[in-house]
Design a protein around this ligand. Structure first.
Ligand code: HEM
Length: 182
């Protein structure tokens, strides 16, 4: 979605710059729009299922909430000093909780602003909530930028604590006492 979006952007840039062509897909505006609209269904359907399952099962509350400001500050400080506790990867620290919730929010905003520019006539309320068509494009662009920033930071963090990659894919549990004689 990002790389096809960048190709769409290049056809009519909002700002002074363009994205390098080699970072884009679709070849031209029409091709990029087709990629964008094909992938959008994958994202929207997956996202909807993810949100529904998390809300209905209560996982949203048990995994991501509550976030206490004091804890967030303390964990943020530890994260900067690379001192976060990774003994149980199933429990998210406050920085993770807020980062994941923010990523969900950025994706929701991207989808809603995307809908406002794609079907701006059919969704007038959504378009006006975004501040009109032109503004919806800017909202879409900045929400995309936040997602890209999240992915970048996320990948950097994963390289610092590689076990998290396994935890993300499977139900791997690293236990502090694992390996100890019992
Ligand atoms: C349901 C989801 C989405 C829909 C319906 C949608 C729709 C659209 C449409 C119609 C455009 C063309 C705007 C124009 O003609 O100026 C566009 C552009 C773009 N989209 Fe999406 N989009 C969606 C999700 C995403 C996502 C998830 C990303 C990236 C994370 C993204 C990134 C972009 C970018 C960078 C552009 C170019 C910005 C511009 O120049 O307006 N889109 N999108």
């Amino acid at each position: 979605m990002v790389t096809s979006g960048w190709r769409i952007y290049n056809a009519s840039p909002i700002f002074e710059f363009k994205f390098p062509k080699m970072l884009t897909i679709g070849g031209w505006l029409g091709g990029a729009l087709q990629w964008h609209f094909a992938a959008m269904w994958l994202l929207a359907i997956n996202g909807l299922i993810y949100l529904l399952v998390n809300i209905i099962s209560g996982r949203m509350w048990s995994k991501f909430l509550p976030i206490r400001p004091k804890q967030l500050l303390a964990d943020f400080r530890d994260a900067l000093m690379l001192k976060l506790d990774h003994s149980n990867l199933q429990n998210y620290n406050a920085v993770q909780k807020s980062a994941y919730l923010s990523a969900m929010l950025f994706i929701i905003v991207t989808v809603l602003s995307g809908l406002a520019i794609w079907k701006s006539v059919q969704f007038p309320l959504l378009r006006e909530l975004m501040g009109g068509y032109d503004n919806a494009r800017i909202v879409h662009f900045f929400a995309m930028s936040l997602i890209v920033a999240f992915v970048f930071v996320h990948v950097v963090m994963v390289t610092l604590v590689p076990e998290t990659l396994v935890a993300m894919i499977g139900s791997f549990k690293r236990n502090k006492t694992a390996g100890a004689k019992s």
